[in-house]
Every structure is written in structure tokens, then in C-alpha cells.
Design a protein around this ligand. Sequence first.
Ligand SMILES: [Ca+2]
Length: 189
Amino acid sequence: MSVLYNLRMRSGLLLFIFTQVILVASLTQTDKCGGTIEIHTPDYLTSPGYPGAYPPSQQCVWVISAPEPGQKILINFNPHFDLEDRDCKYDFVEVYNGGDELSPMLGKFCGKIAPSPIISSGSQLLIKFVSDYETHGAGFSVRYEVFKTGPECSRNFTAPRGVIKTPGFPREVPQQPGLHLHDLRPPDV
Ligand SMILES: [Ca+2]
């Protein structure tokens, strides 16, 4: 009886250690303050400690690159966005349209409203996160991926009537992020 009990305790302990190791490994992967990222699959980066409060006095710079020079990058902020809101003077996240801070800034964000999705015009984006010494929020999480454009979708239609087919119809619609059929109305004349 006690042998069985011991065995269960031990395997329970091992399982506990194992899950902790996994937890720490998965946290450190996305929890780093800054870094160089080449996109292979869509992934996330977060402010340190997210969704817990970020530490004081951070200055994190991530440079994200698409694998091919002609590709663009799409980033989507998680709606759970929370940075000290004092006109973005003290804590903020900045997005630059290129690989360094001399590139044009696409936005500087703080407060509790997550920024809209952003698409780079080139193959690099820079994200910079800054916090000062007091008053912290939950921070931010952002998903990055290569922006996909297909030749067969996302066109503007101006004819008064016509037929729209999904790419490759009548085959199944491919699972393709960024595929939208929109703006189907003819423009007002
Ligand atoms: Ca602050």
C-alpha cells in the first residue's frame, strides 16, 4: 500500500516538474525583451511578463524579417492591450516600417485600445517597447506573419453585375489567411 502510494507521489512529482519545465520553456520563447526574428511560421511576441505587468525601465527592440525580400509582414495586436496611458510619454510601443529606428514610424501606441493590424511596405518591421520606472500595465501581445496576397483574390469589382468565384472554384476554398471578398457594390455613379 505504502509502496504504491510512494510510487504515485513520485510520478506526480515528476509530472509536476515536467509541466513546470514546459511552462518555463514556452514562456522564455515569447517572453524575451527584444530580438531578431525571421518569420518561418506565424508566431507571437509579447512584452516581458505578459499578460502580467511588465517590469519597469524596459527598452525592447524586435526586428522582424520576412524570409524573402519581396514579402510584406502583417502584425495583429491582441485586444488585451494595456500600457500606461499618459499621452504615451512614459510607456509605449512603436512600430517602424523597416529594420531600424530611422525608418518611418507607423505608430506609437499606449493605453487600453489595441492598435489596428499593420502591414509593412517592405520585408522588415521594427517593434520597440519602452516602460519607465513606475506605473505598469499588462503590456501587449502581437502576432506576426508573412502577409499573403494572392493574384486571384482581393480585387475591386466595378461592373454592375457579374459572377465572383472563390480561387480554384469549384474546388474547396484554400485555407489562406488574408483572403477576403469585399466591396462588392458598384461605385455610386
Ligand atoms: Ca510606466
